[in-house]
Design a protein around this ligand. Structure first.
Ligand code: C5P
Length: 243
């Protein structure tokens, strides 16, 4: 069935609106222009930001699907809207870090951008009220959020996804510093990559200049967010052969 319009609004988050579609297995995702930091305590609108983030996310999901990864992405409708597989999302953020940055630097007092070998993997419990605390597989099991097998699967997938994306960014003149993934179960109970993959949820630096091309410029008020996102989109398009 070709999906041509959004149905009933199901949910609205900080950066996205989720709509049902006439197919019960598919959802319509709309990206908003809002940018947030500090768990939503800081928020602003930037013109065209939803379109930039969604187009980057769409390219990355298409790339991962082509590489044989299972993701929720089905098709792009327009610059801000995609149709995706409906998943039951786990309230878990899976972070992989190639280099130290952000909370890793604060937590361990190490040098910013220090390489991490092997890359570090962390789980966080998604809860605005609790400020997204770090969580481990035993806690995920006891709280009935994920079975030990699911935690293992999320870790393995996150590592493999990060390897693929790190290579793609490197070929495009950019360094992937760290990245956050979210997974959900499909109707068969399989864990599938969901959510979005944009500079809102990863740190990317320009290999040549060291300039930050992601949401850090908004977090720290030290750069032009749209310029960074546009640079990422242009380079990925050039690398992936898109117009
Ligand atoms: O803040 P922290 O250093 O833990 O972030 C690690 C990575 O996870 C960054 O790329 C950040 O953008 C992403 N992240 C996210 N959503 C959160 C927390 C972190 O996308 N709620």
């Amino acid at each position: 069935m070709k999906i041509t319009k959004p149905g009933q609004k199901m949910a609205e988050g900080k950066t996205k609106v989720v709509y049902a579609t006439e197919d019960p297995n598919l959802l319509w995702l709309h990206s908003k222009d809002q940018v947030t930091a500090l768990n939503g305590k800081k928020h602003d609108d930037f013109a065209n930001k939803g379109a930039l983030a969604n187009q980057i996310s769409t390219l990355l999901f298409q790339y991962l699907n082509d590489q044989g990864f299972q993701t929720h992405f089905v098709e792009q409708i327009n610059a801000t809207d995609d149709v995706v597989q409906k998943l039951t999302m786990l309230p878990v953020e899976v972070v992989v870090r190639n280099r130290a940055a952000g909370h890793f630097v604060i937590r361990f007092g190490v040098e910013n951008l220090q390489p991490l070998n092997p890359p570090v993997q962390e789980f966080y419990y998604k809860s605005d009220q609790q400020d997204d605390p770090m969580i481990n597989p035993s806690q995920l099991e006891a709280l009935q959020i994920a079975t030990p097998e699911e935690s293992q699967a999320m870790e393995a997938q996150a590592r493999a996804l990060t390897k693929a994306l790190t290579n793609l960014f490197a070929q495009s003149g950019m360094q992937l510093v760290d990245i956050k993934y979210e997974f959900g179960r499909n109707q068969q109970g399989e864990l599938i990559l969901g959510d979005e993959l944009s500079p809102d949820n990863m740190r990317i630096i320009d290999q040549a200049t060291g300039q930050s091309l992601d949401k850090d410029v908004y977090r720290h008020d030290n750069g032009d967010l749209q310029h960074g996102y546009q640079t990422v989109l242009d380079r990925l398009r050039a690398q992936l052969g898109e117009a």
